[in-house]
Design a protein around this ligand. Structure first.
Ligand code: AMP
Length: 210
């Protein structure tokens, strides 16, 4: 299955992506995770992306698209993939379409996670992330239960940056919903409720189309 998850920051794309990628046995490709890994390792890509990320802005398309193109050269995408956090604007969606059309591997489905801004702000401001494996927790957790890593609050999960990220989403990313609606690939579910219920909803929609 070739799948894209779309939705505003804080909709739970990362959390659902892990469940869905495991369920459908496809690699989870998160451009945010790739940027964060590069940042942590101090690579030129990470250094280039840092100021955009810390301020809640999009990393320029030239950088992001090439990074995704490179990721698609890895052999694990033969069986499909789940893209999380990409595309983030219509230019990226067009770039992706062209790349997939050229490879004769078109998208199967785009799943939108729907949630209101008020719920997002509540979620993101209490979100903590494992510095080592990237797993997501709430602010009541002390350590990562998977790898014992330290939990931290992402620079871009701080209140003043969240608002800006929501503006960036509304202005730049939301238009891709329309773009995919027109292709007939878009399916939408509510991103409210327990993580396991949202996963069930997502799998039912992706499997049965409802
Ligand atoms: P995320 O973890 O998906 O919320 O991404 C964190 C940050 O990485 C974003 O706020 C952007 O600065 C950057 N980023 C991730 N994906 C993209 C993308 N597709 N295009 C541009 N910037 C991105």
């Amino acid at each position: 299955m070739r799948l894209i998850l779309v939705g505003p920051p804080g909709a739970g794309k990362g959390t659902q992506a892990v469940h869905l990628a495991s369920h459908f046995a496809i690699p989870h490709i998160s451009t945010g995770d790739i940027f964060r890994l590069n940042l942590k390792n101090g690579t030129p890509l990470g250094i280039q992306a840092k100021s955009f990320m810390d301020n809640g802005n999009l990393v320029p398309d030239s950088v992001t698209n090439e990074m995704v193109r490179d990721r698609f050269t890895h052999g694990d995408v033969g069986n499909g993939f789940l893209l999380d956090g990409y595309p983030r604007n219509v230019g990226q969606a067009e770039f992706l379409n062209n790349a997939l059309t050229a490879a004769n591997t078109p998208l199967d489905v785009v799943l939108e996670l729907k949630i209101e801004n008020e719920a997002i702000i509540k979620r993101l401001s209490s979100r903590r992330t494992c510095r080592d494996c990237g797993k997501i927790y709430s602010d009541t957790a002390k350590k990562c239960e998977s790898c014992d890593g330290e939990l931290y609050q992402r620079e871009d999960d701080k209140a003043e940056v969240i608002k800006h990220r929501l503006d960036v989403y509304a202005e730049q990313t939301a238009p891709i919903i329309d773009f995919y609606q027109k292709t007939g690939l878009l399916k939408s579910i509510s991103a409210l409720g327990e993580v396991s219920d949202i996963s069930k909803r997502a799998i039912a929609t992706l499997t049965n189309g409802n």
